[in-house]
Design a protein around this ligand. Sequence first.
Ligand SMILES: Cc1cc2nc3c(=O)[nH]c(=O)nc-3n(C[C@H](O)[C@H](O)[C@H](O)COP(=O)(O)OP(=O)(O)OC[C@H]3O[C@@H](n4cnc5c(N)ncnc54)[C@H](O)[C@@H]3O)c2cc1C
Length: 466
Amino acid sequence: MRPDQLDALRDLVGAERVSTDDAELAALSRDSSYRSQKLERAGRTVATAEAIVVPRDTDDVARVLRWCSDNAVPVVPRGPGSAVVGSGIPLRGGVLLDIRGFNQVLEIDEHDRRARVQGGILLSDLEVELNRHGLTGGHYPQSFYLASVAGGLAMRGTGTFSSLYGSVEDRLAELTVVLPTGEIYRSHNSPRASTGPDLRQLFLGSEGTLGVITEVVLKVLPMPESRRYASYAFDRFEDSLDTTRDLLAAGVVPAVLRIYDPAETRAKHVHFATAQGTWLMVLLFEGAAELTSAQARIAEQLAEAHAGRAMGEEPARTWEEHRFDVSWMSDQVARDGGVAEAVEVCATWSALPRLMTRMQEAASRTMGRVMGHVSHIYSDGASLYVISSGDYPSDEEALRAYDRLWQDLMQVVTEEGAIISHHHGIGYERAGWMAAEHGEVGMNLLRAIKQVIDPAGVMNPGKLGL
Ligand SMILES: Cc1cc2nc3c(=O)[nH]c(=O)nc-3n(C[C@H](O)[C@H](O)[C@H](O)COP(=O)(O)OP(=O)(O)OC[C@H]3O[C@@H](n4cnc5c(N)ncnc54)[C@H](O)[C@@H]3O)c2cc1C
């Protein structure tokens, strides 16, 4: 950016709200993606912004976006940076709009069970405030302590209790978005509407390419009266899937249902000797005590009908205790030549067994260790994770292996007709597969939407395969 452009930004929001400090620029130009973390070890970035702007309020955001549009300067909204696919990396330089200061709870309505918040608030901070009112957001991604409300919406993320509470699209009531032109769009906040297409959906998964989410109304829930835990071991993946399908068909909706393959069972539940070598299902039910005990009872009957062996509460409790702990992955990435990646996709029930086998085979071609699990269940299918790690002589070789891993995995996923991301999003790491995912007509639609909303093409350019 030219010096006169930096001066113009300072005039717009105040000099103290614009930073060009090299260390700050580098830090905020990174995210939690593997590539970004690897380059950080070498003191590098994938790309670096030229200025950080810290807006005071929605009007500041509008002023900055309008100015960026008028001056063809790229601008990328930046939350806490927990995204794992490079979504927030400023590929074309320009401005990082740091909305982490938008972190206030504006209103909690206990009667209508809603919370109005600023977009940059951390999920965990919001949850503490909700809990004080006897409420919960029902949204606990593994990055609960790292991610913001707006970041989750922008990535179309989900939480570990999604089977009962849904994903971000189910928790959203209203949003306020500043468009790249500086106009401010506030959606309706009715429980439902038949007023044409739901415009809120445009911004879910937009990854900062269509506007900046400044304010959000979320649907919240009373804290559950009880929790129940159960675990079952299966010799065959298919039996665990059939149990899950039958559970849902019977109207039993666990808050959490995860099925670990034998390798992940060993890695995560090594102390449960009788579960070794099996597909381990962990279940957690939430709600009224009578309801959760009935659900647990039905689950037991159905698991046993599909040759599942009861493993007691402990594996499920262990999962709950360690659910935010990903230290082994961070340690592996921090190691010279180390690779670790978790790739999440989604498919219908019948596709899952073959998809799991083929993805694991593909990952094994590059990585030394591979494991996987199913989580986030739906009436018609589920999300599937393949987690792999490997060791290479150098970070350069590790990055090459990482790229091969993605190529191989995405190839399988598209061949199998599965979706390329369930909740981590596209960023630039998955951008190369967007055309295969959406087809030519779909990509043209996306481009047309982008052109209408962001005619100057300044918002987070280079993402979503656009
Ligand atoms: C250890 C770990 C575990 C994870 N587990 C989960 C999980 O269980 N479920 C899940 O869904 N994800 C998970 N993730 C991924 C990550 O937490 C999400 O992608 C998260 O939603 C990103 O939110 P953020 O606030 O950190 O946004 P950032 O990383 O700062 O930004 C992400 C993207 O959103 C855009 N953006 C940010 N704020 C705004 C805004 N106000 N308006 C418009 N666009 C904006 C940015 O431009 C960028 O493109 C995990 C990540 C890590 C590191």
